[in-house]
Design a protein around this ligand. Sequence first.
Ligand SMILES: Cc1cc2nc3c(=O)[nH]c(=O)nc-3n(C[C@H](O)[C@H](O)[C@H](O)COP(=O)(O)OP(=O)(O)OC[C@H]3O[C@@H](n4cnc5c(N)ncnc54)[C@H](O)[C@@H]3O)c2cc1C
Length: 420
Amino acid sequence: MDDPPCHAAFPPAPSGSGIDKESGGVMDYDVVVVGGGPAGLAFARGLARASQRGRPLKVAIVERQPREALAQPAFDGREIALTHRSIDTLKALSAWEHIPQNEVAPLREARVLNGASPFALAFDPRGGVHDRLGTLVPNHLIRRALFEVTARQEGLDLLTGASITALVADDSGAHVVLADGRRLAAPLLVGADSRFSFVREQLGIPAQINRTGRSMLCCRVHHEANHDSIATEWFDHGETKAILPLNGRMASAVLTLASEEIDRLCAMDPATLGAELTRRFDGRLGQMRVAQAPHAYPLATTWSRHFASTSAALIGDAAVGMHPVTAHGFNLGLRSAASLAALVVRAHGLGRPLASPLLLRRYEAGQRLAARPLYDGTNLLVNLFTAETPPARLARSASLRLAARLPGLRGGVSRLLLQR
Ligand SMILES: Cc1cc2nc3c(=O)[nH]c(=O)nc-3n(C[C@H](O)[C@H](O)[C@H](O)COP(=O)(O)OP(=O)(O)OC[C@H]3O[C@@H](n4cnc5c(N)ncnc54)[C@H](O)[C@@H]3O)c2cc1C
């Protein structure tokens, strides 16, 4: 097979890590994964299929949180808009059946508004095979389901409450040292340790990091009017607002503002915050009452220059940290986990190396192709819709109306959201 046209050579392996690879007491694995978030767990779960093709793979997941935090993750305010493709992947991993279906909410349509203008750009699945654009599922339930199916996997060691202090990856494989002195070795190291990835840094892979200075507040609210399962997003004088429809008369109210302003809102008591959200959302859904305490996330986007290096790969947010406004981070991360796992399982079945340069380049090329348009498109959207100069506002209004007149564009975006 030809090498995909990605990049000619991987970045040089880091040197001077001070790891003595020859000393004893090393725990040997086929794959070491750093990070037991959704991407790391989904990847490890994807490797379970290896047992159908021979011996199970020996996998270690190194996660700094305690085991209980993975087994029973707390509600974190994130409602993940899953694409149909992601649901299919979660089904294939047997995780979907572990998500309580009364917590799953249909997303029938999405509308984008510009300030107080009544004009709306709508995206829906009309003409397609689906009855909905996507599905909203709370993040902590996805994480819990992935933990449930992964925790007892044959050949898998979940090293929780553990962090790495040093690593080296070269032609002979990867070696990792944990804070408690344990040492792990494997032909393949996978960094799934979020957008500020320690693994990425230690591998010497540079990343574009954009700290926006803004934060996103997510707050579950009860409200008076029906939302009709329509997600609404609108852009207004320095703030971005979204309503994500949950079951019944409940929604996630999402506000993006300067970080200091979000901190001020988070400090409010529930009644004051409810009144503030009702006002900021123009009473569109009537009175809002806080259903659960809000969560705030400082926003930063990241793009790794490489998604793989010698004997190592990055998945999930460690590879691409998307702006959440287009709801694609998890979907992309799941895709990266599934595609790398499929390549590794295949190589294992054929008795080939698990981290050959060809395999890693193939993973990287496919994933970059999928991620780049979404990453650039999302950043363009954010820039267009958050700039507050008069020409930018004019451009915003004009581009929404132009997009509405171009059925091909709206259909294309809908298909992107529906991704299979
Ligand atoms: C407000 C908000 C809303 C979002 N909405 C959507 C949406 O609608 N749709 C969508 O597709 N995406 C959405 N996302 C994005 C999605 O949540 C992320 O893309 C996804 O959680 C990334 O998963 P991950 O496993 O790569 O990283 P993480 O979830 O960050 O997990 C990383 C794990 O690695 C562990 N870790 C980190 N460093 C170390 C270390 N050194 N050693 C050991 N362990 C380590 C951490 O403890 C953590 O468990 C949203 C994000 C936000 C903030």
